[in-house]
Ligand binder design. Structure first.
Ligand SMILES: N[C@@H](CCC(=O)N[C@@H](CS)C(=O)NCC(=O)O)C(=O)O
Length: 225
């Protein structure tokens, strides 16, 4: 029966799973599901009402972190979780830093008012809304970029010398910020900026970005506010 992923492109957690599937070379079908107007019975497979959900045949798995760990266990090569126990834990930590640390600011306080609001909720971006969102970027996300810059140091990848879930999670979360015209300045965070450029150029992310360019990419509109 194969894998089916349920979710919406706008979600960093769905994007993380799709990039993970692509990097593993795993075939899957994708079904658009909004958590705000879910199909009947959605809570039976996603008890918290959230996306993504992976169906392995008729067996549901909720939560992007759990989904990626499940995929890793079922499809061990190419490995996207390190074998070394400490590096494994560190990769999961970087993933959590993004999902539980940056996204609670980047999602509801930046992406939602600057991108989701005007496109999906008929809430235009005013100068005040934009200034409030940029304040969140400065006070909450800039220190997180400092941390990521230091963590990356002179490496190509966040953990060890291979692509891992850590890199996928960092890139996936930043796509939402990028849609809102928010990206780390290469003068201040050169390593992180170069890392994101490399990640977005990988076929996994390039394909997702191409799918998302419209309607989620608001950069031109935002520059005019
Ligand atoms: N920890 C979850 C978070 C998933 C999540 O919060 N998804 C959002 C969309 S980006 C959602 O479904 N929100 C609807 C809700 O919480 O009611 C994961 O990693 O999958």
């Amino acid at each position: 029966m194969g894998y089916k992923l349920l979710g919406a492109n706008v979600s960093p957690y769905v994007r993380k799973c799709r990039a993970y599937l692509a990097e593993k070379g795993i075939a899957y079908t994708y079904e658009a599901v909004s958590p705000f107007s879910p199909p009947p019975g959605f809570r039976d497979i996603s008890p918290l009402g959230r996306i993504p959900v992976l169906l392995d045949g008729d067996r549901p798995i909720a939560d992007s972190t759990v989904i990626c760990l499940y995929l890793e266990r079922c499809n061990p090569t190419p490995a996207l979780h390190p074998a070394d126990p400490y590096l494994y834990a560190h990769a999961l930590w970087i993933e959590e830093f993004m999902d539980g640390g940056m996204m609670p600011f980047a999602g509801p306080l930046v992406f939602r008012p600057l991108v989701l609001g005007p496109i999906a909720m008929k809430q235009p971006v005013t100068p005040t809304i934009k200034a409030d969102a940029l304040k969140v970027v400065e006070t909450s996300i800039h220190p997180q970029w400092d941390y990521l810059e230091k963590e990356l140091a002179d490496k190509l990848f966040f953990v060890g010398d291979m692509l891992t879930i850590a890199d996928i999670a960092v890139a996936s979360g930043h796509v939402n910020l990028r849609h809102a015209d928010v990206s780390p300045d290469a003068n201040r965070w050169p390593k992180l900026a170069a890392f994101l450029t490399r990640m977005y150029a990988r076929p996994s992310f390039a394909a997702l970005l191409a799918e998302e360019t419209k309607p989620w990419d608001q950069r031109e509109i935002l520059r005019a506010v």
